[in-house]
Design a protein around this ligand. Structure first.
Ligand code: SF4
Length: 458
């Protein structure tokens, strides 16, 4: 058995501005961390004629402007954090050509660094880097380097810093590194999936159960808020595509569909697209597991709340099951479009959502696994080809399709014979990683293949 998973539920589900956790949340966290490093050496530096230069690589460069990476980096350098930043102020950054920003430090008000768009360098791909999505910060005084740090945005808003070990977390009481291990722990202890997730979360983070529940309830509230805001808002999404929002119209027109399944699926599509459109507009969303895929689980939650009157305990159970799926996918493969294409983003989101519904509805662990496996299996090979580098086409509709697939996977698992299911979740995760390794770089968030080059009317 490999190293135990020590990811927190709140690492997977975290709040931040859209449109892309790899491009927005990750780089903002990296920039904020670099700022803290600058603060650590502030008393030793004059900051005379100082500059911070930021080099972006991989898809942070190739789709960086469309994904708002340049804005996120400046926000982080100014001390903004993804979970608390003002999305409107963030969106307005660097919109005026030639504008100079001041990076200031409350503890040393006389010291400041001037920053303009010219300090951001879009460097394209560099195959010598260990991870494609890299951001490098350099603080200089009179042209001399004072501090340099390199960060990797590894998907879902997770970052790593070159040469820095990740903070150690305690071992979970019910350790596992894949689905097989999780199943074994459940068999050995007789504990439910939720019990194992809660006990591990408490041990890893030191949070009480009440705090974990409060955190989950907050996330559920923010996800539902994204759906509600998306349904209330119409108009054109930012960027040159001129894409009109569709969720509101879809929601209204769903009433004309046949009552029952037509209405239900119409609403589910509209809910997922509403949250996804909020993400595309740079509004506050919850990564699930990424921002690009941040419509699938909110769509499912809103459906369960509005059509099935699901209460918080049921939804918390669903969140815990979804988190378990994201943990295993991230630990053994990837949730980064830049690494494995969209199968790791909307594919994993759909798999998480299928497990969410299955567990929230009280299905057995075998059925929960089957639902997650089926949903991911039928996203294998799905590429990432965002038109113009914007998380709009195909991303928004893809979230809706991922949510509907999750429901279908749940039905297949709930109504089928679990003993007849051949493929395990661990096998499909391995297949996703293999497929991702073989996938051309064109289809990994670079906007150099697929729809990104074929959609002539976009
Ligand atoms: S195509 Fe998928 S992976 Fe790529 S940006 Fe869109 S949602 Fe993310």
């Amino acid at each position: 058995m490999g190293e135990y998973i020590k990811t927190s539920v709140f690492d997977v589900f975290k709040t931040g501005p859209g449109p892309s956790s790899s491009h927005t949340i990750g780089p903002m966290k990296a920039a904020l961390d670099f700022r803290h490093s600058v603060q650590d050496i502030l008393s030793d530096t004059t900051l005379n004629d100082a500059a911070v230069d930021v080099c972006l690589y991989g898809s942070l460069s190739l789709t960086g402007e469309g994904h708002g990476t340049h804005k996120a980096v400046l926000g982080g350098l100014m001390g903004w954090a993804p979970e608390t930043c003002d999305c409107d102020r963030l969106l307005a950054l660097l919109d005026e050509p030639g504008r100079t920003y001041e990076i200031t430090f409350a503890e040393n008000p006389e010291k400041k660094i001037l920053f303009t768009a010219a300090n951001i360098h879009f460097e394209g791909n560099d195959d010598s880097l260990p991870f494609q999505n890299t951001v490098r910060f350099r603080l200089s005084e009179a042209g001399e380097t004072v501090l340099e740090k390199e960060y990797y945005s590894v998907g879902g808003g997770f970052i790593r810093c070159k040469g820095e070990a990740e903070a150690e977390r305690p071992d979970p009481p019910y350790g596992y590194s894949d689905m097989n291990g999780l199943r074994k722990q459940m068999r050995r202890t007789g504990l439910s999936l939720s019990e194992i997730m809660l006990s591990n979360e408490a041990a890893i983070t030191g949070k009480s159960r009440d705090k974990i529940f409060a955190g989950l309830d907050d996330l559920i509230g923010i996800m539902c808020g994204a759906v509600e805001n998306g349904l209330k808002t119409d108009g054109i999404l930012p960027g040159p595509i001129g894409l009109m929002r569709k969720a509101q119209v879809l929601y209204k027109n769903s009433a004309k569909l046949e009552p029952g399944n037509g209405l239900l699926l119409g609403h589910l599509n509209a809910f997922a697209m509403a949250a996804s459109e909020e993400n595309a507009a740079g509004r506050k969303v919850v990564t699930a597991p990424t921002s690009g895929a941040a419509g699938v689980i909110p769509g499912i939650i809103f459906l369960l709340k509005t059509h099935y009157k699901a209460g918080l305990p049921q939804l918390r159970d669903g969140m815990l099951a979804a988190a378990a799926i994201a943990f295993i996918a991230k630990h053994n493969a990837s949730i980064a479009g830049a690494e494995v294409g969209c199968q790791g983003e909307v594919g994993v989101a759909s798999s998480m959502a299928a497990a969410f519904v299955a567990h929230a509805n009280g299905l057995s662990m075998k059925q929960v696994e089957n639902a997650a496996e089926i949903a991911l299996e039928h996203h294998l090979g799905m590429t990432c080809d965002p038109v113009g580098g914007y998380v709009q086409i195909p991303c928004i509709e893809r979230n809706a399709v991922g949510a509907v697939t999750a429901i279908n996977a749940y039905i297949l698992a709930a109504a089928g014979d679990p003993a007849r299911q051949k493929v395990t979740f661990d096998e499909v995760v391995e297949a996703m990683m293999e497929t991702g390794r073989d996938m051309s770089k064109k289809y990994k968030e670079t906007s150099r293949g697929g729809l990104a080059v074929c959609c002539v009317s976009c």
